[in-house]
Structures are given as C-alpha cells and as structure tokens.
Write a protein that binds this ligand. Sequence first.
Ligand code: GFB
Length: 311
Amino acid sequence: MKLFIAGSEGMVGSALVRRFANEPDLTLLRRARRELDLTSQPAVDAFFAAEKPEAVIVAAAKVGGILANRTYPAEFLSVNLAIAANTIGSARRHGVRRLLFLGSSCIYPKHAPQPMSEDCLLTGPLEPTNEAYAIAKIAGLKLAQFHRREHGVLFHSAMPTNLYGSGDNYHLEHSHVLPALLRKFHEARAAGRAEVTAWGTGTPRREFLHVDDLADACAFLLRTENPPDWINVGTGTDVTIRELTEMIAEATGFQGRIVWDASKPDGTPRKLLDVSRLSALGWRARISLRDGVARTYAGFLAEKTAGTLRQ
Ligand code: GFB
C-alpha cells in the first residue's frame, strides 16, 4: 500500500515515518514543505494525480502553544482549513481508499464534562485562546465524516490530547508548555540561575501523550476495520501544570525557585480525554509521562548538540 504522510517533517509526521519505516507492505510517500505546499489546492491536486497514494494520514498542521494560538488566530484558521480541505478533497478525487485526519482535544467545549467523550463535540462554546485552531480541526473532521457518508470512502479522524516528544518546537514564546519548560529549566540550570518563570497560575490540568504512542495509535486505527468517524487518543490521566513543572525541574536537575507569571493565560481549566472507546477497540498508551519526559530531555540535548533543535 502506498501511504502518503502529509506533514512528514513535523513532530507527528516524523514519528509516523519512524513507526511505519519497517513495514514491508507499505511504501511511504513524503514531501518536504518546500517541495509541496499543502495550502495550495493546484499543487496538492497535481501531487495526488501524479503519485496516486492509496492511503493518507493528514499530520500536517500549523500548531503552537497557547500564546501563538491567541496571537495569530487568522493564520491558524486559514492555514489549517486549507490543509484539511486540500488533502481531503484531492484524496477523494484521486481514489484514495483510506484517510486518517488528525485533530486535537481542543475541539471540545471549554466546559465539557471531564473526561471528555467524543459525544461532547459542538455542545458548547470553545476555549477562546484556541478557538481558531479548534474550528479548523472541527471542519476537517466533519469534512472527513461527510465524505465518508456522501462518497462511501473510509475517511476518519483521531483526536489526540496534548502531544510531546522528539522533534518538538522549543521556541520560548510560541511552543507548547512541555518543550518550553524543558528548555527554560535546562538553560536556567546551565546558567546557574536561581529562578524560572512559568506562565499562568499552575492550576490548569493537562493530559500529555508521547508522540510515539500517537504514531502507534494511528497504525492501529489504520488497520481497524470499521473505525468511528472520530476517536480520542490519550492516556486517560492528567496532571496540573504545577506538577508538570516539578517533574521537569527534577528531570533537568534544576533546584531553584519557580515563579508564576499570572499575566500569561491559563487557557482551559482541564482537558482530559475519555479514552474508553479506543481502549474498547484494544489500544492503550504505553509511555508514562515520567519516562516520556526523560526521553524527550535526552532528545533535546542530542538535537541541541547536533544543531537541529527547532526554536
Ligand atoms: O501547552 P500550552 O501552550 O497550550 O499551555 P494549551 C498549557 C498550560 O501551560 C497553560 C501553562 O495553562 C499555560 O499557561 N504554561 C506554563 C506554559 N508555563 C508555560 C510556558 O512556558 N509555555 C507555555 N506554552 N505554556 C494548546 C492549544 O492549548 O493545546 C493548541 O493552544 C493545541 O490549540 C494544544 O490544541 C494541544 O494546552 O492551553
């Protein structure tokens, strides 16, 4: 089977490439961003016409942490809408049999009952800091669902919780919390600084899934005979941001103080996925947060030494 991984240079796409690299029945198709602009419908259509993939995973997205999402909503909405519409539309036109679209747990309402089941989609207002990204991802999952209904193609979606792992973005302002804190604590310890500033109040709760676990869940879902239109992918457990900072301070050997900058947004109070549907199908996450943080820190150090760190 010819499998196109859209977004193969990103954190999720690279994990998918690693996961599928040794599968003899698969030929992986990938394109660097400079080779194929996924926001251009003519370019995407020409690619599908020439390469004729049989299956697709849409792992391409413009992503960022809470501040990037809040600062650039027009860009987050337009880029992610274009990627979804172009990849799903071209896949249908060029005979793709199976497509897995990746979304995010931020598609669910801000005050959804916790843990959040797939059924709470569109039952209430979204968290304002990531409304733009969420609307693009909701449009993508609905586009996949409606293509399945209208055209009989097996297009479906997976909604992962907050992801982390190798190949993440370590930008201090624009990244997600886990890589941002790893870098801040590492640099503070290296420079002998006495304190590190974390954002918000530390009280929000988040669930973190290692990207290698997500790649494994995608492999599982691609082989599931009759998958639901969308399904949650998470670990089923969460921590407070304060607990996360303490875990990262320990992993990096930082022994100073943590100061909370309440002028920065907290975002949604809690974002824990109900993963019972995926568990019932037979998949569960394997990498604990503590092990995953240790692996990610080792990867951060290796990428820093190699000069390949995204920051
Ligand atoms: O990971 P994060 O940026 O995004 O922030 P969300 C999570 C929590 O960590 C927030 C706090 O409560 C932040 O205030 N935090 C503490 C920090 N210190 C830091 C720091 O140094 N950097 C960052 N970035 N946060 C995103 C959405 O929401 O979740 C995206 O914006 C996406 O759309 C992603 O869905 C999964 O978890 O709040």
